[in-house]
Design a protein around this ligand. Sequence first.
Ligand SMILES: O=C(O)CCC(=O)C(=O)O
Length: 237
Amino acid sequence: MWWNCHKAASLRLGVIQCEPMPRTKVEQPNLFAEPIASEESGPSSCSPSGNLPEGFLYFPSLLTQTEQSALLETIRQLEFRAFDFHGFRARRRIIEFGFHYDFDEREATAADPIPVFLLPARSKAAQLADVPAEELAEGIITEYPPGAPIGWHRDVPQFEIVIGISLSGACRMRFKPIKGGKITSITLEPGSGYVMRGPVRWEYQHSIPPVKELRYSITFRTLRKSRPPQSRAGNRE
Ligand SMILES: O=C(O)CCC(=O)C(=O)O
């Protein structure tokens, strides 16, 4: 059923990039103005992003410049912690709200609530996914200094729909089928949003190569209500 909701949300909210749906351009005056029609090609191993995995939606103009600036002003003052994965300290740093995920225990436990300054962004993220804002139970802010990547992974199975918002710098996001196959990619521009659900969420891994400039992302996730369609293999975060 999510697919139907998905279609409805897409038509109401703006441009999506998603296969096998044909690319649809619908003007949406405030939230998602300036939709892009195509993306540049990625590295030679990547195909152009027109072949993005099913279930991935991209909204290039989710936040206005003013909204981006206001969020960044607050985010820059937050105390990030190094992302630690089984003793490996990544270059990116994070702050978790709503839930904290413990990779050693493989458990999500309650964390500080999603702060007020993130609520407008959460509302917009919820509209992208066509879910009530309160269902976005977790919010993670990630800081990528220049040169910081995020490796290939599939998000942990405690969560379901993933919605990401990009701030400050652009980056490339790549997708790789877990069962093997072609890598595809898209550029995530500052102020853009994306949704991952269904096939792209469960049958693919995603990654971000080292970023060229400082980037922040806000990731909202809903809690999973049913068993994921795939085994746990390939989960990292
Ligand atoms: O920075 C992003 O947009 C992606 C973040 C991500 O993949 C993750 O936190 O698992």
